[in-house]
Write a protein that binds this ligand. Sequence first.
Ligand SMILES: *[C@@H]1O[C@H](CO)[C@@H](O)[C@H](O)[C@H]1NC(C)=O
Ligand SMILES: *[C@@H]1O[C@H](CO)[C@@H](O)[C@H](O)[C@H]1NC(C)=O
Ligand SMILES: *[C@@H]1O[C@H](CO)[C@@H](O)[C@H](O)[C@H]1NC(C)=O
Ligand SMILES: [Zn+2]
Length: 384
Amino acid sequence: MKATDRPANGYCSRSYRRGGGGGGGGGGRGSVSGNVMLIASILVLSVHYGHAQDFGYDGAKGPSHWGEQYNSCTGKHQSPININSLDVKKVNLPPLVFQGFDVAPRETNLTNNGHTVVVTMESEVTPTVTGGPLKGVYEYSQLHFHWGDNDTFGSEDMIDNHRFPMELHIVFFKQEYKNARTALNHPDGLTVLAFFYEIAPIDNPMYTEFIELLGNVTGSHLSARFDTPPSLKDLLAEDLLHYYTYDGSLTTPPCSEVVTWIDFKEPILLSHAQVQAFRALEDEEGHPLTHNFRPVQPIGDRVVLFNTDEMIKQVELDEEHPPEPEGVDTNKLEPAKSASDEAKSPKDPSNRKHPRNAASTLPGAARWTLFALALALIAQVVRC
Ligand SMILES: *[C@@H]1O[C@H](CO)[C@@H](O)[C@H](O)[C@H]1NC(C)=O
Ligand SMILES: *[C@@H]1O[C@H](CO)[C@@H](O)[C@H](O)[C@H]1NC(C)=O
Ligand SMILES: *[C@@H]1O[C@H](CO)[C@@H](O)[C@H](O)[C@H]1NC(C)=O
Ligand SMILES: [Zn+2]
């Protein structure tokens, strides 16, 4: 009877299971509407589940045909993209706040959905993320992977035209939208924490059981349960401060442009054998699922931000041209973007431009104001 009895579906960012959060204090009324929603979810799931099978990564079902059935796939703010690291806007965003990332879930499943392998979990504490470019709290939905035929490609986003062998997508929906499905109707509905993988000479011990279990879900729609569920943190890289962020879409049909992407700079290390284990999975037709990444899409009018703590240092280095240090406008004046930027970003429902609240902006603004004053003083002195 549960939507969750179905294998996780193919949508990059869809999961109909909820790990408990949300409805907590709802009481009787909450549970009635909860049931209604569950039933609605099952219906919608059944409908969409059929559709989800219609896409693949080759030939007539391949990415270049997705737009024939899913309008959004031809949109102007699609993912993935190539990120040119020389073309990003360096910023000091408020800290990302991760909750429940270090808690081992009660139950974690691995499911081959025919397009990728999906990890769902049920935990005392549903992991959430907030802060950074995000406005509001985002709740864990599922995580999954994209990879390629060999170690020279497989990631979806590229950095400076470089593809990594594999990429992890941890999908979160905005808590106020209740679940991943309804979140798809809102331009700020989802965020995906993305991590790249790189090949290391030795196995990553945190992935040992994970890789073993892949052998249990070779066939499409098979599931396996972890004996010792890893926490989210166990699976990630350490540096969660340096990341690229931009507004984009699901990288699978329906390609909804509702995703705030957060791509961490530091890759996760796996051995070649560990990555190779993913390539043994099979798709719906029993063919090896050797690649499941979408080609990069035009970046269009979008600006990719790069979060760093090195702003001050950089400005000091640039002191010969002090009037407009790179970071100043982004940190202080983001809400009132320069006229030219505004012109480049037409009014558009998905044009969220990484809102951040005033409180968290203030310290930075104050800092920059002081800094600008100091520069002005120095300039004055030099001129005299
Ligand atoms: C894991 O799979 C089992 C069996 O299909 C299912 O009953 C359970 O709800 C799943 N749990 C999670 C967290 O996905
Ligand atoms: C990886 O695969 C690509 C495409 O099939 C191929 O051109 C390339 O030679 C392969 N590289 C290696 C190192 O196997
Ligand atoms: C995975 O497969 C192995 C070997 O076939 C088996 O012993 C084990 O019980 C399976 N584990 C799960 C969680 O299905
Ligand atoms: Zn994905």
